[in-house]
Every structure is written in C-alpha cells, then in structure tokens.
Write a protein that binds this ligand. Structure first.
Ligand code: ATP
Length: 923
C-alpha cells in the first residue's frame, strides 16, 4: 500500500517545498491564518465553497434496477424460476404465471424492505458522524469534520481521529496511530520540525494524516489537504465498504435454508418417481404436484424476513439511543451476561457541583445549583466571606487556572463547555469572587501537562506579567497529588504536610459519594517556559481538597433492577476513589453489599485467580484502562458474554476484546467509537439495557419467523406427500399451493419481524451464546405443527367428500383451512414465554392485524370472486362450513397452546434442576 505513495512522493520531490518540509510559520503564512485567531467564520465558509466539503466521495450505491435484479439471485428463487419454465414448457401456462407472480411479489417486498433497511442504517450511521475542534474567530469551536477547510487550525487530543491532513504547528508528546493509512500498528512520534522535502509518507513527521488516530499527547495542526485531496482520499480503495445487512446467525440460517432446498429437491425427485412408477400418475400431473411440493416446502421468504427482523431491531435500538456500528452485535447483545460500566456520565449524570472544600482551616460547605455562579460558603452553617480566607482564595485560583473549561451564560442557564468537572471548578472559582477571563489574562498559561487516566493529574504553568514569576498549578486524584507534595498551605504560612490527616479527610468525604480532587501549587524558577512531569513530581504545596457531587441518573436505578431480573451482572469500573465509587454503587443498588477492589489490589492477583475474584466483586475503583482489558479477559474465562463501556483512547483494546464494546457518543473519543460495536448517543447506562432488551427481542423474533415458516411449509408439504404416498386424490392443486404461499408468506410471515418485546423477555437468564437456533424444542414443534396441519387438511377434505361435495369444493375448503390454521398458529407463535390465549394475545399488533386482514380479504376473493374461482378452480364455501374451518383453526391454536404449556412446565423443571445442581456444585 505504501509503494504507490512513495512513487508519487518521488514525482513531487523536485517541486516547491511541500508543507511538511516548510516551517510552521511558512505554512501558516501560505494558508493566510494566524495561530491565535484561526480562520474567521466567513473565510471558512468561502473556502468551503472553493474546496468543497472535507468528505470522501460516497461509496457507489448499486442502482435500483441492479438491487431489484439481485433479489432474484438466490438459490430458492432459481428453483422456483426453473419450476415456472418447466410448467410453461408442458403447457401449464397459468401455473407458470402464478409461480412468476410469487417470485416477483417476493422480490418487490424484498426490494422495498431492503431499501428501507439500508436507508435506515445509513441514517443511523450518520448519527455518529465525526466532529472536530477548531479555532475560528479566536475561539475553540466544535464543527462537523465535513466543514473543515484548508487553513483551519485543528486541535488534537488523545483519541481524536485526525479529520484532514494537517501540518503541525504545535505538538506535545504527540504520537499517532497510522495503522489506517500505512498498516503500521506501532504509533509514531510527530513534531513540528520540518521533514526533508524528499521524505516518504511514513517519514513526514511534521504531518498528521486524515483517518489516523492520536494515540498520545496534544497538538494543533493546520489543515493543508481535505477530502479527496488528503492522502486517505488518494487511497480510495481503503474506504467505502458497504456492510451487508446480515449477522453470523442469519448467515447460518441462510445456509440451512439452502441445505433444506437441496433436501426438498431430492424429496421431490423421489416423490415424482414414486408417483409415476408406483402410483401410476400421468407424468404431467405428477410433475405439477412435485412443483407444488417444491414451492410449498421451500421457505423462499425466510431469508428476507429474518433480515428485516434484524433491520427492525437496529432501528429500534437507534430509537433508544444505542447506535449499532457492527451488525453481529445485535445478536451478541441478546446473550450479554455481564455489563462492565464506567461510572462518571454513564451511571451518573456527569453534572458536577463542588459541594465541599477541605483546607487546613476546616471544611467549608459550598451552596448553589448547577453551573450558575450564584452561591457561597459556610463553615458549620456560619457564612464565610470568600476574600477572608487566603487558602480558599488560592484554591479558587488553582481551580480556575488549572482548567480547560469555560462557563457560558445562555438564556437563563449557565452551561459548561469542556469537561463538566472542570466546569464545576470554574463555577466554584467564580463563587469565590474571581472573573475567570481576567484571571487567565493576568496569569497566562505557557505550558501544561494534560490530564490522563494513567497518572491522574493535570498541571499548568503560568507567568506573572509584572515579576515574570513562574508558578505551576496542579489538580488531580488526592493520593496522586499528596505523593507530589511535602508542604501544605496554612492560614498564615506554608506548613509541613500532614499526609495521614489528608488521606483520612479524603476517605471521609468520599464515603458520602463525593468525588475528591486535590489542588496544589509549586513555584518554579523565574523564566521557566516548559513544564515537565519531573518539575512537579515532588516539592509541591497542597492547597486543599474539593468534593464534588455527581448525582446518579434516575433511570439507571430501574435499569439495574431490570438487569438483575434478567440475570445480568452489573459491575462498575471507575477511575474514581474506592469510597466514592462504593457509595454510588450502594446508592444505585448495584449489589446488596457491593464489594470493591482497587486497581492496585487487582495488580497483585494473578490471571489464574482473577476470574474467581472478579465474579465476587461489584466495584473496581482507581483502575486504569489496562485493568479493563484484564477484567474482560477474566470474565470471558467463565464464558461470560461481556459488554464493556469506554470512552478514552486507551479503552480501545478492552472495547475490542469485549463481546460487545460500548463507546460513549458524547464524551467518547473517536478511537473508542471506532473500536466499539455500539455507540451510545446519550452516554446512558439505561440505553445499554434497552439495547439488550431489543437484542433479545430480535433473536426471539427471528426464532418466531422460523418457528412459523418451517411448519407451515412443512404442513403443506406433508399433506401433498401423504396424498401421494397413500394414493389419494390430491387435497389441493399445485396452483392453489402457490396461492397460499403467495398470500401468507408475505402477509403473515413478515408481521413477525415487527413483533414488540414480549413481557417475559427481561425476566429470563441470558441465552447461552452457544445455543443453537434450531433447538430440540423448535425441531419438535416444527414436526408437531406440520402433522397438525396435515391432519387438519385431510380432515376437512374427507369431511367434504363424505358429505358429497365436489372435489373442487373440498379443495377450496382445504386451502381455506390451511390459511386459517396459519393465522391461528401465527397468534400462538407470537408468544414464546407465555400463553397466547390472553386478551393481549388476541388483540395482536397493528402489523399482525394488517397482515391478517389482508389475508382474509385475499381468501374471500379466492373463494367468492368469479375470476379467481375460474383461475383457481374454487367454489363458494357455505357459511356453516366457513365456521367449521374457523373452528379447526381455533382447535389448532388450543392444541399448540397445550403443547406449549406442557413443554413450558418441563422446561421450567429442567432449569430448576440444573440450577440446583449448579448451586450444589458451587457449594
Ligand atoms: P469513570 O471511569 O467512571 O468515568 P472517572 O471519570 O471518575 O471514572 P477518571 O477520569 O480516570 O475516572 O478520573 C480518575 C480521577 O482522576 C478522578 O477521581 C479525579 O480525582 C481525577 N481527575 C479526573 N479528571 C481530572 C482532570 N481533568 N484533572 C485532574 N484530575 C482529574
């Protein structure tokens, strides 16, 4: 892949210096943009006009005609077309026409439904279109990646997907994962230094390329090539794969349907020979019967209906804020047995407020709501004037300066832009009397160490205008900050640090569910321009602690209860303090008495013991992303199907390893989204549970489609084979069988793809991932119902003949009986977990009612409309016989329900026995 690029490079090397070989200033001058202000909005708009959107050309979609023709590209359909040709060849033009009608109708339904499903999937994908942070008009703004134009100053953070080819103008510890472009999996270092003019792509270290990911560090880059002009655009073969609407399960069922077709063809050949040589049928007649048999038994609608069930599920998940990125996840979701969830923002609201400030002078309570800077401080109920406490003032200054967030007033509300926790700190600083904008001008930042989950602190370097003094402000997890400090800020002077007391204070406040953060400062030699970790790793002065509340999301409580009844274990994995995390776990009722393990403790447990320990624990606190990977692996040892949430770039390996990786749509990085199977549009734990519910529903619906299609086809086939085997008059003609298939497969079978979630769905344990779709119970059901269908058909046929009715009348009654039985069985199949003979069961759903209504109308036309009577050789059925037919349908429903109840009792006993055995083994 790199070779053609290298060739292009060689061609351009003789030309004027390219951006990667120029200095950052030269590139900025060429692009007419300044580092502090970026482009203006109007200039950006006019450049967008000139250069077009920053998007690669869309994948070519197949044309409508091609998509329609592809509907016929299916073994099942080939068999039917072959049958039509043969029927026409022996002069049965009408039969041939009806077969063609079946095939075309099938194709039209498939074409419409597939088109709808593809459009829906595209719209769903659009929901996670990437965004990027750029500087425009001197402000950081979030724009759609499409809107980036050459000259834009783009800000990069860990986990960002680089949105265009950028020449770096500022970079700090920047490492880029270029696997998407070069296939190289080890991240490469990047700097602002110009690269040689003849550097090949992989050596252009002053450039970052569209489609690659920031593995580490931060940077600002100026866009020099967008959309098709980018290096990614040149390798267009890389992009533009259309995901097929399928999953492993559906592929297996497709294969099964194909296998079944071969089996049916073999059976047809046997029946044909038997009919001609043993039963002495005329070969033309035998041939038409065999065609009828093939058409009745081949489940031609099955693959399409299963696909539609899948698409309906994906759409419903999207409606519940769970966006599926990889379709097989829909299937896996149904068998999830453990969810490992982040705390902040997923279980909690991520709306933070500073509630307490702990200083050597005492503990202050902070009042106020949300991000509004109204509120004040009290000490044991007595108001405290902010200006009177030197430590409080210093804490507020640190909180504002060591901070990337901004609070903006919008309408009556104050909104935090940036990290909500940092927003809460700015708010706290304002309550203490500071104007953030002014303070940031007075003490401008010259360098920073960004926060990362590994070392859990952030530090910024500031300069006083007047004396040129340099001071670093530091904030982070208390344990981390305390290890960097040796003194603390007292009322009047700097005192030695009493670390034990601070640890105690941290644990005490954390036990109330508050998220703890320590603030510290360190004076550095005048003129210090750069800040390194070693500058602040010791000798800092602790200012104090702040405690923040982040209330749990209300809907999460019921979602967790739902998980419990559905046999799904929920574990919290957080970077937060153990005491804070345990308090929140208790509040959310994650477990009756949540057990907590810290990252350090986890490090002391080896891989063989880990699965046992992990099973017992509910909370994993002070963890880093690498712990997540170990946890998923430990859970998978026990065959647990694990869903894992994540947002940072370092979460990507755990998301990939998990059976269902779940990335946060709002606060998640592009790298996490790329690695995940699902993206949550609202970052909400409850949406994962909703997706699991839908996942179980999709699986159930696919099973219902199979449980309905196979025995109805089987029943028709069994009737024909029975007639030939016993040398009886055929109870229906080939063309009548075609009619049944044409009407019911579409009007009835399809409705099952739209079934809503059944009531018992989330009170059952998760389905075993290894469970076969065609379980023993389902196979038995297929045989049982097929026989009932055959019995019903023969029953009514002989009844009519006995009563002296014509063969045509008897056949009309058989066709109507079969259709009524299919309707009755549809009502039974709709409920897997409970009986169908309930008010709710009988009412159906709009889809079912439309399906049944259409079928009934079609049957009335088939039976009473003269043109159809002459086409299908039918006769008008008397109303008494009509009632009898309906009675047969009702009888079938009752019998199947009885069978379901008896099987249900056995299944429950078996599960109970298995559970007892498992408990005994565990004991
Ligand atoms: P979760 O994994 O549930 O989202 P979290 O957000 O609490 O957990 P981290 O983001 O890893 O986990 O944060 C861990 C700790 O690091 C926090 O408890 C806090 O003390 C500290 N911390 C978090 N964000 C910052 C920040 N921006 N600056 C400094 N320290 C921070």
């Amino acid at each position: 892949m790199a070779r053609p690029l290298a060739k292009r490079d060689a061609q351009t090397s003789a030309d004027a210096p390219l951006p990667f070989a120029q200095t950052a200033d030269e590139v900025m001058a060429a692009q007419q943009v300044a580092l502090d202000s970026g482009l203006s909005a109007t200039e950006a708009a006019s450049r967008r006009e000139r250069y077009g959107p920053n998007r690669l050309p869309d994948v070519e979609h197949r044309g409508a005609v091609m998509r329609f023709l592809l509907q016929f590209h299916n073994l099942l359909i080939y068999v039917l077309i072959g049958a039509a040709v043969l029927a026409a060849a022996i002069g049965n033009v009408i039969d041939a026409a009806v077969i063609v009608a079946v095939v075309v109708l099938n194709a039209i339904v498939g074409f419409i439904q597939e088109g709808r499903a593809e459009r829906a999937l595209e719209a769903i994908r659009g929901m996670i279109d990437p965004h990027a942070a750029v500087i425009r008009d001197g402000r950081r703004v979030d724009v759609a990646a499409d809107d980036i134009v050459p000259g834009d100053l783009v800000l990069l953070e860990p986990g960002t997907r680089v949105p265009a080819d950028l020449r770096l103008v500022r970079a700090r510890n920047l490492r880029i994962d270029e696997a998407a472009l070069t296939g190289e999996s080890v991240p490469v270092d990047k700097t602002v230094r110009p690269a040689p003019q003849n550097a090949v792509l992989a050596e252009r270290t002053s450039m970052v390329f569209s489609g690659t990911f920031v593995a580490n560090g931060t940077a600002t880059g100026i866009a020099v090539a967008t959309g098709p002009q980018s290096e990614l655009g040149h390798i267009s073969a890389l992009v533009g794969t259309v995901e097929k609407l399928t999953t492993p399960l559906i592929r297996r069922m497709d294969q099964f349907a194909r296998l079944l077709t071969f089996f049916i063809l073999a059976a047809c050949a046997a029946v044909f020979l038997f009919a001609v040589y043993v039963r002495a049928y005329a070969w033309q007649e035998a041939f038409m019967v065999v065609i009828g048999l093939a058409v009745s038994a081949i489940p031609e609608g099955l693959p399409a209906v299963m696909t539609i069930a899948l698409a309906v599920g994906v759409q419903r998940m999207a409606d519940r804020n769970a966006i599926i990125r990889r379709l097989p996840a829909v299937e896996t979701l149904g068998s999830v047995s453990v969810i490992c969830s982040d705390k902040t923002g997923t279980l909690t609201r991520n709306e933070m407020t500073v509630r307490s400030v702990v200083t050597p002078e005492g503990v202050l309570d902070v009042s106020g709501v949300g991000y509004s800077p109204q509120g004040g401080f009290t000490d044991n109920g007595a108001p405290v004037e902010p200006g009177t406490s030197k430590v409080l003032t210093e804490a507020a200054r640190a909180a504002i300066l060591c901070n990337d967030a901004e609070l903006r007033h919008s309408g009556n509300d104050w909104l935090a832009h940036g990290d909500p926790m940092e927003g809460a700190l700015v708010c706290f600083g304002m309550k203490a009397g500071f104007d953030p904008e002014l303070l940031r001008k007075q003490l401008p930042r010259t360098d920073e160490i960004p926060f990362d989950t590994e070392h859990r602190f952030m530090a910024t370097l500031h300069h006083g205008h007047e004396d040129g003094s340099a001071v670093a402000y530091i904030k982070g997890a208390p344990e981390q900050i305390l290890s960097m400090c040796d003194r603390q800020l007292g009322r009047d002077q700097v005192e030695p640090l009493d670390a034990d007391d601070w640890h105690e204070q941290t644990a005490f406040t954390a036990r109330h569910g508050q998220r703890m953060l320590a603030l510290a400062m360190k004076r550095l030699p005048k003129g210090t321009q750069d800040l390194a970790v070693s500058d602040v790793s010791e000798g800092a002065v602790l200012i104090g602690l702040v405690g923040l509340i982040d209330p749990p999301r209300e809907e999460v409580l019921s979602a967790i209860q739902e998980c419990r009844s559905a046999g799904i274990d929920v574990k919290m994995i957080t970077g937060d303090h153990a005491a804070t995390a345990t308090a929140i776990a208790r509040e959310l009722a994650l477990a009756p008495e949540p057990q907590t393990l810290t990252g350090d403790q986890l490090d002391d447990i080896d891989d063989t013991d880990l699965p046992d320990v992990v099973r017992k624990m509910t909370v994993f606190a002070r963890t880093t992303p690498s712990h997540k990977l170990r946890l998923v692996r430990a859970l998978q040892v026990d065959q647990d199907v694990t869903a894992m949430t994540g947002d940072g770039v370092n979460d990507a390996p755990a998301l990939k390893q998990a059976d269902v990786g779940v990335a946060m749509g709002r606060k998640g990085t592009d790298a996490a989204k790329e690695a995940a199977e699902i993206v949550l549009a609202d970052d909400n734990f409850a949406s994962i549970v909703a997706a699991i519910r839908e996942g179980r529903t999709v699986y159930d619906n696919i099973r219902k489609v199979i449980a309905w299609t196979l025995p109805t086809n089987g029943g028709e086939g069994a009737t024909l084979i029975g007639a030939i085997a016993f040398g009886l008059t055929l109870p229906m003609t080939a063309i009548q069988i075609l009619w049944i298939n044409m009407v019911t497969a579409v009007a009835l079978g399809l409705t099952l793809a739209f079934e809503p979630t059944e009531p018992g769905t989330m009170t059952r344990p998760p389905r075993k991932a290894t469970e076969s779709l065609l379980s023993g119970t389902l196979l038995w059901r297929i045989c049982f119902v097929s026989l009932l269908f055959a019995a019903g058909a023969f029953g009514i046929f002989f009844y009519a003949i006995e009563r002296g009715q014509s063969v045509d009348m008897a056949r009309t009654m058989v066709v109507n009986t079969l259709v009524v039985m299919e309707i009755a069985y549809l009502f039974s199949v709709r409920f897997v977990y409970s009986g169908s003979l309930t008010w709710r069961g009988m009412l159906g759903t709009p889809a079912v009612l439309i399906g049944v209504g259409t079928t009934v109308l079609a049957q009335l036309a088939f039976t009473y409309l003269p043109p159809l009577q002459s086409l299908f050789a039918t006769e008008p059925v008397a109303w008494q016989d009509g009632l009898l037919i309906i009675g047969i349908g009702a009888a079938l429903l009752i019998l199947v329900e009885l069978e379901k109840a008896i099987f249900g009792v056995f299944a429950r006993r078996r599960t109970a026995a298995q559970e007892t055995a498992a408990e005994e083994t565990a004991a």
